[in-house]
Design a protein around this ligand. Structure first.
Ligand SMILES: NC(=O)c1ccc[n+]([C@@H]2O[C@H](COP(=O)([O-])OP(=O)(O)OC[C@H]3O[C@@H](n4cnc5c(N)ncnc54)[C@H](OP(=O)(O)O)[C@@H]3O)[C@@H](O)[C@H]2O)c1
Length: 299
């Protein structure tokens, strides 16, 4: 009898998990654009793993020159080789940048301005999950906000001239649906000097809210330039991010559930790719997208 009940419960849980997985993946947005990018140049930050890697692969598949902007050059070189092999595009290069380090961002951007003649797509994708305790970078910035927001803010601003000169061009910034939990963000205290340091989920959410606020403001400043700026929620995607930073039992269980029911990396990259290439969003700017559609955001 007990055995029968256990079997029924296990079967019900398995069916439930498979149903959620099927529905979630089935209704996920997919970029169906056939846009080719021969003669175009794209930069993807954090392309050595996850969503960034699959975004870079897709852009390379379409014929773009793709610059993988990564902190770990050895790892990124392996990904670049794999992208070249799978796409047949040999114009895939690695350049080092640590988005949490403003000196590194400046050096990277100066190198791009010196060596590249055009830039059509900038995907601000690199990111980390939140820290439990306030930890400062060499610049004295809180590391989550530095990695996810400040680095990309500086990078985008340094590359704006090249983006404008190459227009039409696009800036895509990878935010997250969890930005909604970051509404307590004090924009006058982005370095958490006045307010108590929030919980790790909240600091991550606030950095992702900063991505959206930055995108909105940027799009306003870029009106009339033919450079668009939009932000993305990629969905719930099983990637390395789940394991990189201060894991505990909760994160382990969450990661396992995402692995079973969430999107894979390729599906997670679809909205970034859509905003980077689709003709449907030629003149769309200042928006937040999820599943290749304008998404709900709390801003
Ligand atoms: N996965 C999700 O469910 C999800 C949901 C919403 C939003 N997002 C966002 O999606 C983006 C991509 O995340 P992912 O899930 O693909 O994670 P991932 O697999 O861990 O990839 C993150 C990428 O960012 C890079 N990175 C991290 N810190 C960096 C730094 N200081 N400087 C330069 N590069 C750095 C990583 O480099 P290494 O390879 O050297 O670690 C890696 O290439 C992030 O912005 C994340 O917040 C993810």
């Amino acid at each position: 009898m007990v055995c029968c009940v256990v079997t029924t419960v296990v079967a019900a849980v398995v069916v439930l998990i498979l149903t959620v997985k099927f529905i979630y993946r089935y209704q996920s947005g997919r970029c169906t654009s056939k846009t080719r990018l021969v003669g175009k140049t794209a930069i993807v930050t954090g392309a050595s793993a996850g969503i960034g890697k699959e975004t870079a692969r897709d852009l390379a598949q379409r014929g773009a020159r793709v610059i993988l902007a990564c902190r770990n050059v050895e790892k990124a070189e392996r990904i670049a080789e794999d992208i070249k092999k799978t796409t047949g595009n040999t114009d895939v290069v690695v350049r080092q940048v640590d988005t949490s380090d403003l000196t590194s961002v400046r050096k990277f951007a100066e190198d791009i301005l010196r060596t590249e003649t055009s830039l059509h797509i900038l995907v601000n994708n690199a990111g980390m999950s939140g820290m439990k305790k306030r930890k400062l970078t060499a610049d004295g910035l809180e590391v989550t906000m530095a990695t996810n927001h400040f680095g990309h803010f500086l990078l985008t601003n340094m590359l704006l001239g090249l983006l404008k000169a190459s227009a039409p061009s696009r800036v895509v910034t990878v935010s997250s649906g969890v930005h909604q939990f970051g509404s307590s963000l004090d924009v006058d205290d982005l370095n958490y000097e006045k307010n108590p340091f929030p919980k790790k989920m909240v600091i991550y959410s606030q950095s992702k809210l900063a991505n959206i606020l930055f995108t909105k403001e940027l799009s306003e400043k870029l009106r009339g330039t033919d450079v668009t700026a939009n932000s993305v929620h990629p969905g719930v995607v099983y990637t390395e991010i789940m394991w990189k930073n201060e894991t505990n039992l909760f994160t382990y269980i969450f990661a396992m559930l995402v692995r079973i029911m969430g999107k894979d990396e390729k599906l997670g990259a679809q909205t970034s790719i859509y905003l980077a290439v689709s003709e449907e969003v030629n003149n769309v700017t200042g928006k937040y997208y999820a599943d290749c559609k304008v998404g709900m955001n709390s801003v």
